[in-house]
Write a protein that binds this ligand. Structure first.
Ligand code: ZN
Length: 478
């Protein structure tokens, strides 16, 4: 990022062209980007009163245009696609409608893991940033970004921050302790800079240090991992009135946000908590909630989202669940077109009550498939399911779940970090967990033992951002 001269970035950023009186800067930014691209291509746009609006129809023309351009780019520069499209007998100009997309072959994460260079549009020396991710299959994938890709990312983050309500004079506290693989704070502080917002970054796991930095920076907005913000809240909330900090909004990112945690944070800080969703393959920050808190607005200017039936590969009707398939519309580094994510999602058609008129929303995802385990009757359990239950108890600071097997029964042991261990808390946790349908059916059928609780002292669980919340120690399971 340092190599990117600030003035150069500022000139390229469309987020700076969004009018000050635009009510939905995120959508305004997407409209401007789509209109500029369509105009350059000679497309005849409908008439609009404002430059920060566009119809869904025209916006989809932009997406299809960019998809065709990316297909051409991929054919020319990335061997994987050249062969793929040749074998399928498909040409970029064949893609005229959303339905036509169904004819374009999918790409898969294992292919990306096996031959990452064949997916890259530029030579390795032209990449400004690369990072490695272990995905659903545990295979390592390397994703490359050019400086142009990073500028696009800064642009979307900047528009999202102003959509969240940040204005000049506000300051964002970036709280990502113990994150090393890909430091998101660089892009976020760059985004703050271009729009003239303040920012502070603190990677310390010591919550007192975090509080100090926030006070000094006169923080108005916080972004970070919900598990860590919750930890700060549970431990500091007892001695400090967090509302006195007058935080305007908290943004939760990189981990699934449970409604229990959201409620606890909103009560303690006295502000709304908004969720952000991203995929490492797409450079994170792909969707963000608005104040309605009913689905996440997606970055459709850079990503084309499709929801398909994983069996047939066909599009599902709007609102229906299916597998998320994404295509990067402007990526220069790693090119992903019709990339199957294995994530189960559903999407909502516009408009949104917040005033956004053409943008599709992603319904809140439940967390990635790779975090799921089957217990008892074959029900899938994942961290968010237990977050909902355990964080209803304000005395629970953090927990970890161990799954073991005794005889034919699955045993769920919750290791709970708390300041006030005791039988009452233990009973409440056991009763709440036993009431979860995925667990209660298994208990009724005698396939799951009564859940167990072990208390640990606060501070004894080392905070780490990507700690496995569920640890499966059973030898054989499917
Ligand atoms: Zn909205």
């Amino acid at each position: 990022m340092n190599s990117m001269k600030a003035f150069f970035v500022r000139r390229m950023l469309l987020s700076r062209k969004v009018p000050k009186d635009c009510e939905n800067p995120l959508e305004g930014w997407m409209a401007i980007k789509a209109r500029e691209t369509l105009k350059k291509s000679g497309f005849k746009l409908q008439d609009y009163e404002r430059k920060d609006t566009i119809s869904r129809e025209d916006f989809e023309e932009y997406q299809l245009l960019r998809f065709r351009e990316q297909m051409k780019y991929a054919e020319a520069e990335a061997p994987h696609y050249r062969n793929l499209y040749k074998d399928a007998g498909i040409r970029p100009e064949d893609i005229r409608t959303y339905e036509d997309l169904e004819r374009v072959p999918f790409t898969y994460s294992h292919e990306l893991a096996e031959k990452q260079l064949a997916f890259c549009g530029v030579s390795a020396t032209k990449l400004a940033k690369e990072f490695t991710t272990t995905g659903t299959t545990g295979t390592r994938k390397r994703i490359g970004f050019t400086s142009g890709d990073l500028v696009d990312k800064v642009d979307i983050i900047a528009s999202a921050l102003s959509n969240i309500g940040m204005r000049k004079g506000d300051s964002l506290h970036i709280m990502f302790p113990a994150v090393s693989a890909w430091d998101p704070s660089l892009l976020m502080s760059a985004a703050c800079k271009v729009l003239g917002y303040g920012s502070s970054t603190c990677t310390d796991t010591d919550i007192k240090v975090q509080m100090e930095v926030m006070r000094e920076a006169k923080t108005t907005h916080i972004i970070g991992l919900p598990s860590f913000i919750y930890r700060v809240t549970a431990l500091m909330g007892k001695e400090t009135d967090l509302k006195a900090l007058k935080i305007k909004k908290i943004i939760s990112t990189s981990e699934p946000l449970s409604e229990s945690v959201r409620g606890a944070l909103e009560d303690a800080w006295g502000c709304k908590v908004l969720d952000v969703w991203g995929m490492t393959e797409m450079g994170l920050a792909c969707a963000v909630e608005c104040d309605e808190q009913d689905g996440l607005h997606t970055d459709e200017a850079n990503i084309l989202f499709e929801v398909i039936d994983p069996e047939t590969g066909k599009h599902v009707p709007p609102g229906q669940e299916g597998e998320l398939v994404v295509s990067g519309l402007n990526s220069q580094g790693t090119i992903l077109l019709r990339y199957r994510t294995s994530d189960t999602v559903s999407m909502q058609d516009p408009p949104c009550k917040c005033g956004m008129s053409f943008n599709k929303k992603l319904n809140k995802p439940r967390g990635r498939m790779d975090m799921q385990f089957k217990v008892g009757m074959g029900y899938k359990v994942y961290p968010l399911l237990f977050d909902e239950v355990l964080f209803k108890e304000s005395d629970v600071v953090e927990y970890q779940l161990r799954i073991t097997k005794e005889g034919y029964r699955d045993v769920l042991t919750f290791e709970v970090e708390t300041l006030v261990p005791g039988d009452e808390l233990k009973e409440r946790i056991i009763s709440m967990v036993s009431d979860v349908r995925e667990i209660s059916d298994g208990i009724a059928e005698d396939l799951i033992d009564i859940p167990r609780v072990e208390f640990v002292e606060v501070g004894s669980m080392e905070y780490s951002a990507k700690a496995k919340k569920i640890e499966d120690l059973r030898e054989n399971y499917d």
